[in-house]
Design a protein around this ligand. Structure first.
Ligand SMILES: [Fe+2]
Ligand SMILES: [Fe+2]
Length: 457
């Protein structure tokens, strides 16, 4: 599946916005409106050759066309976003069967003031308009759940394939890269479409399988960062692969050192430090993996300030992939409970990363991580002014103090059998509740990972 380019996405949205405005100026079928409709139909038809459908709309306050997100939209696109929200439309989906004539009638319906999504859908059915459907606010939650389920499945597959890959190396085999490559590609596409859903999964920590979950989580967080930095597909995949494989060299470190609860002796630390070089060597032998990945793995413990190891490689020219993996590595490590370490909550973790931004970590990457996580990162447990206790499961990129939450304890402290999804501020600016404090999940006996991986409503 090839990506829809930014220019194509921009053109499609601009044409749609212009065509809607045109309906108030010209009668249906007027040549001034026909040209843009024909161009739209041809863009849609061309894009549908490589994908089953094309979605555009507004998610978490940001306008998108497939994987292209418009964080700073043009006036025309902003107008389109507002119009869709007014009509309670969260998305428009184009499938094969779109015709210029149907598109024209659809655009006219969108241009009529006062019509809401349900009425437009009913009208489209009665007019026999094919190949176009609307996603409404109610569907949005279903769509969200569908994406979360896809992320959860891929996350599980990633865990299994990383475990297999590590075992292969342990037993002296050179692992193939086909399976892991497919998973990285799938995840990269999920990271572009819905980085927040993917990021939520990085809060799933498996104490007994630390190395595997840590590897997958670093890949996930790194891909979410790359997506936010608007990396292209090839770079995204390299970032994900480097994240998944960054610690593969630990297979060659003795288990007693790897799992030692206390501080390592200088000799043990030297043995541990070898994992970057061993990892690079293992990856170098695997077929089909970009040399960029091996290079990034070599540098994942060399800081932005060129401190770290291996000492001999400190002056090598590492790419941003290495720096992204290093930041994701730190974030996952400090948010995970280990034998020797209490976990920081996600908010404390970001604050900690900010103290080493510009020295050990690249400041821009930490700033990106902070920006995409928002004021209350995914996995933070909060108390609302309604006295309910909730887990943050999605950031709100426009209003970072008001993320989406799952309510786990009601106002009287009763545990809900199924957490309730709530937007603290909805698309029209109505406030459901405000966050008044961050709460320790242990104190309230809340299993954050279980709550985030529960996809049902
Ligand atoms: Fe490492
Ligand atoms: Fe690591």
């Amino acid at each position: 599946m090839s990506e829809i380019g930014e220019d194509v996405a921009q053109r499609l949205a601009t044409l749609l916005s212009g065509a809607i405005k045109g309906t108030s100026l010209y009668p249906a079928g007027h040549p001034a409106t026909l040209g843009p409709l024909q161009e739209m139909a041809s863009i849609v038809e061309k894009a549908l050759r490589t994908r089953p459908e094309i979605g555009l709309g507004v998610v978490d306050g940001v306008f998108f066309v497939e994987e292209q997100m418009f964080y700073t939209p043009s006036a025309g696109i902003e107008e389109l976003a507002v119009r869709l929200q007014d009509r309670e439309i969260n998305g428009i989906v184009f499938c094969p069967g779109v015709a210029v004539d149907g598109l024209g009638r659809f655009v006219t319906l969108l241009g009529k003031s006062g019509l809401k999504a349900d009425e437009i859908t009913a009208e489209m059915t009665s007019q026999g308009i094919t190949g176009i459907s609307l996603i409404t606010a109610v569907d949005e939650e279903e769509e969200e759940i569908r994406r979360e389920e896809a992320c959860l499945r891929t996350h599980q597959e990633a865990l299994e394939s990383i475990e297999q890959l590590f075992r292969d190396v342990e037993q002296g085999r050179i692992p193939g890269s086909d399976r892991i490559g497919t998973i990285v590609r799938e995840m990269a596409s999920l990271a572009v479409k819905d980085p927040a859903a993917l990021l939520a999964l990085s809060m799933i920590k498996d104490y007994d399988n630390y190395t595997f979950t840590h590897s997958v989580n670093v890949g996930v967080i790194a891909m979410a960062i790359a997506s936010h930095l608007q990396y292209g597909p090839e770079e995204m995949e390299a970032v994900g692969m480097a994240g998944f494989l960054h610690d593969v060299g630990k297979v060659r470190v003795e288990k007693s050192i790897l799992n030692k609860p206390g501080k390592l002796t200088p000799g043990e630390f030297e043995a541990m430090k070898k994992h970057t070089e061993s990892g690079t060597e293992i990856i170098g032998k695997m077929k089909g993996i970009s040399p960029k990945v091996a290079q990034a793995v070599l540098g994942h413990h060399i800081g932005y300030n060129r401190k770290g190891y291996p000492e001999w490689a400190r002056e090598m020219p590492f790419t941003a992939i290495s720096e992204i993996v290093a930041a994701a590595d730190c974030y996952d490590a400090i948010t995970t409970v280990r034998v020797y370490q209490k976990a920081l909550n996600p908010r404390e973790a970001i604050t900690h990363l900010q103290t080493i931004a510009g020295s050990y970590l690249n400041g821009n990457i930490v700033a990106t991580l902070r920006e995409m996580m928002g004021e209350y990162p995914v996995g933070t447990v909060v108390r609302l002014d309604t006295n309910e206790i909730a887990v943050v499961y999605r950031p709100n990129l426009k209003e970072s103090h008001a993320p989406k939450v799952k309510i786990v304890l009601d106002a009287s402290g009763r545990r809900l059998a199924v957490p309730l999804r709530r937007k603290l501020v909805d698309d029209k600016g109505n406030t459901y509740a405000r966050i008044v404090a961050v709460v320790d999940p242990l104190v309230k006996n809340i299993d954050v990972a279980a709550c985030l991986s529960m996809t049902a409503r």
